[in-house]
Ligand binder design. Structure first.
Ligand SMILES: Cc1cc2nc3c(=O)[nH]c(=O)nc-3n(C[C@H](O)[C@H](O)[C@H](O)COP(=O)(O)OP(=O)(O)OC[C@H]3O[C@@H](n4cnc5c(N)ncnc54)[C@H](O)[C@@H]3O)c2cc1C
Length: 480
């Protein structure tokens, strides 16, 4: 199916969180609006989002949560070593609460605002998850007469005399192409986390990075813009989702609800590297991005636990509330059966042995026995003099059989590649806006980060997606 019209005031490329926000805003301003979505369904990775960042929202006021915006700005800039754009970040922070209020006015529902680990209290969790928010936004946009075409991608942006004049689109099922005319294109394609070549530009560790995205964030927006003269800006940051089971055969989403993965990555038991040496306070997993970064400093990483830990986690309770989520299960009751199945299937990521010497031999970890003897002494002393792990998570590794799960690092999204101004207008290599060409959501969110993303400001990419979609449309209205 192709669009009804040949000409639109605005064409939005991507029907995820930022594209939906842009579509609703464009209809609020009476612009004829087409949304192209290359997937068969809308919502993109917005479907998986837990919540969106905001400051001074109706909900924070209700919960009496006050955040000092300038202190927050200062901290984020410091974190990015001032590689983030101060002006861009400030405008986003200043409008983030209004954006939450706007989503709320559309019918998007939120649970109580919370923190993640030691973060600022900025995340507004969507009631029913990202999928519910996306559906509400989609229904609003359709009701307001925004037109949506699924299974259709933007292939090429057309420019005449420096002004955007149209684009070539392609039906993904039939391969048929069509030419549309428009003076305004909003690129909302979700960044480049699913494009291995672009990820390699950003990170030399790409072979140990596992994307947990929906597979559609292939950097199309960035490349469409580069092809018409957009500046090749810094590749920004990858949002690490913490340690992940290093399964080189099955796609990472298979392990998303795995209790073995929870035990191995989030329970702060014991991590060792390719030599069998400990390398970090495993409690770093309170911040999934820091956990990911620290795992990548080693050549290989294994999470090691004994039979007693499995008994404890599956029957008595967790040592630690899992991940950043305030909702933590009480036990990992499926852990023994998941281990059994993985062993029966000879999964390469899981190794077991009756003794630690045998485990060390199987995995060629020369220092493992020494590391564990030393670690068990720290556990007994209830004091981690090596890395300062919280004593409640110091549990011995003594009772066989023993298990090792190999870890890679999950990636939720990758930000960067384009430079935009404060109106989300894409800039060329000379620093001037390309008239009519905008980037929003993850395609533009490299402006908010340095070379590392952290969950210091939880919900920031989803909050930015909604904010920036609206922001680009306001500029289109002013310029037309
Ligand atoms: C598992 C997971 C959990 C996450 N949780 C959070 C969270 O809790 N909080 C948070 O802030 N962020 C979270 N994120 C990050 C998330 O990516 C963003 O917050 C949000 O989805 C970004 O919105 P977007 O519009 O830029 O991208 P998306 O929502 O992914 O939308 C992009 C859309 O563009 C489409 N598209 C791509 N190329 C083309 C093309 N050429 N033509 C047409 N359409 C195209 C895609 O199919 C997709 O539908 C999470 C990501 C993942 C993977």
């Amino acid at each position: 199916m192709f669009p009804k019209e040949k000409n639109y005031d605005v064409v939005i490329v991507g029907g995820g969180l930022s594209g939906l926000a842009a579509a609703i805003s464009a209809r609020e301003k009476n612009l004829t609006t087409l949304v192209l979505e290359k997937g068969r369904t809308i919502g993109g990775n917005g479907n998986y989002v837990e919540g969106a960042m905001g400051v001074d929202s109706y909900l924070q006021k209700k919960q009496n949560i006050k955040v000092n915006k300038l202190a927050l700005l200062h901290e984020e800039l410091n974190y990015s070593h001032y590689e983030a754009s101060a002006r861009h970040l400030k405008k986003f922070i200043d409008h983030s609460g209004q954006t939450i209020d706007w989503l709320h006015s559309l019918g998007v529902k939120f649970n109580a605002v919370s923190k993640q680990g030691d973060s600022w209290p900025t995340i507004h969790p969507f009631t029913g998850g990202g999928h519910a928010a996306v559906q509400t936004m989609y229904n609003t946009a359709v009701k307001a007469d925004a037109e949506f075409i699924n299974s259709t991608s933007a292939q090429k942006v057309l420019v005449q005399n420096g002004q955007i004049c149209g684009l070539i689109i392609r039906n993904e099922a039939t391969g048929q192409e069509r030419h549309l005319t428009t003076n305004n294109i909003i690129l909302a394609t979700g960044g480049y986390v699913d494009n291995p070549e672009l990820v390699r530009k950003k990170s030399p560790f790409s072979d140990r990075l596992l994307t947990v995205s929906n597979g559609k964030a292939t950097g199309d927006g960035i490349q469409l813009a580069w092809a018409v003269g957009a500046k090749h800006y810094q590749m920004g940051a990858i949002q690490y989702g913490g340690g992940a089971i290093y399964d080189t055969v099955k796609p990472p989403f298979i392990h998303m609800s795995s209790q073995l993965a929870t035990a191995a990555t989030q329970e702060a038991i014991l991590w060792v590297n390719e030599r069998g040496e400990r390398f970090v306070n495993e409690d770093v997993n309170d911040n999934m991005c820091h956990a990911g970064a620290s795992i990548l400093t080693q050549s290989r990483v294994f999470s090691i636990f004994d039979q007693e830990a499995i008994e404890h986690l599956s029957k008595i309770g967790l040592y630690k509330e899992v991940g950043n989520s305030p909702v933590s299960p009480e036990t990992l009751d499926r852990l023994p059966s998941e281990i059994k199945t993985s062993l029966e299937n000879h999964e390469k990521y899981l190794t077991t042995a009756a003794s630690l010497t045998e485990l060390a031999e199987k995995l060629q970890l020369p220092k493992l026995s020494e590391t564990i003897s030393h670690y068990n002494r720290l556990v007994q002393a209830k004091y981690d003099s090596d890395f300062g792990k919280n004593k409640s998570y110091l549990t011995p590794v003594k009772v066989g059989p023993f298990y090792a799960v190999e870890l890679g690092v999950g990636m939720a999204c990758a930000l960067g590649g384009l430079r935009v101004d404060n109106n989300n207008n894409i800039l060329n290599s000379y620093g001037y806006p390309i008239p009519g060409l905008y980037a929003v959501g993850n395609d533009a969110a490299g402006m908010l980060v340095g070379d590392t993303y952290a969950v210091t400001l939880p919900g920031s990419t989803a909050g930015y997606a909604a904010y920036s979609g609206r922001n680009a449309v306001l500029n289109i209205v002013i310029n037309n």
